[in-house]
Design a protein around this ligand. Structure first.
Ligand code: PGA
Length: 243
């Protein structure tokens, strides 16, 4: 399973380093074999060579150049970052990134072989317009994206579930993931108000290959506990298969 923490605009560099060290120690001590990704704020990017993969929340599709306020590949390369989040709802809806811009980013970092976590998801008004309209909306977020890209991970994150404490019903997540799996065979994460108390349930749903966690991952202890839940769940599944 893939367990990812999106730290957004939180934690200083010093706190991020301490966070990564705590999580890393936990993973080692508890022999966690899940894929663990952490996306720190841009100013807190660090070279981290152990088990956790550190990724960028955003970068401009350029090696370097005149793009005030942005970072490019050169700044990621300094920290050996090879993982990037593209299309997160806050980039789409707060920063106003268009599908066209996201496609440019996607293609640029794909050419460089990055592991790309590409996010899709609908705002509440779209969800309320009915299932078919909602799926059409989400489908448009796949336009121009190479769904066969071997280093792709997709994250389904309903915009209204992010940071709100609300989640779709388990049946909803299963239905939507099933439909999204027909668009791409890439691992599919669920994101939106995942926390210590619901992570096992979410991870055990059909078609859920992992989770992308924001607020509930801000404390290393909580994120560790979610990684442990994933590990225990996988063990349970494997034991069931063997018996
Ligand atoms: P949340 O955020 O866990 O705080 O809902 C998830 C995300 O934005 O990726």
């Amino acid at each position: 399973m893939i367990i990812a923490a999106n730290l957004k605009t939180n934690l200083t560099r010093a706190k991020t380093i301490s966070y990564l060290n705590k999580v890393e120690r936990f993973i080692e001590k508890n022999s966690i074999t899940q894929e663990v990704l952490v996306f720190p704020a841009t100013s807190s990017l660090v070279k981290h060579q152990a088990g956790i993969k550190v990724g960028a929340q955003n970068a401009y599709p350029a090696i370097n150049g005149a793009f005030t306020g942005e970072i490019g590949y050169e700044q990621l390369e300094e920290f050996e970052i090879k993982t990037i989040l593209i299309g997160h709802s806050e980039r789409r809806h707060v920063m106003g990134e268009t599908q066209e811009e996201l496609v440019k980013k996607f293609n640029f970092y794909k050419e460089l072989g990055f592991r790309i976590v590409y996010c899709v998801g609908e705002p509440l008004s779209v969800r309320e317009s009915g299932h078919d309209k909602m799926m059409e909306y989400i489908s448009r977020q796949y336009e121009g994206i190479d769904v066969m890209y071997k280093n792709l991970i997709v994250a389904y994150e309903p915009v209204w579930a992010i940071g709100s404490g609300l989640t779709p019903t388990p049946e909803d997540i299963v239905t939507i993931h099933k439909e999204l799996k027909t668009k791409s065979t890439a691992p599919l994460l669920y994101g939106g108000s995942v926390k210590v108390t619901n992570v096992q349930e979410v991870l055990s749903l059909d078609g859920v290959d992992g989770v992308l966690v924001g607020s509930a991952a801000l404390y290393a202890e909580h994120f560790c506990s979610m990684c442990e839940s994933a590990q225990l769940l996988e063990k349970k599944i494997n034991n069931k298969k063997e018996s």
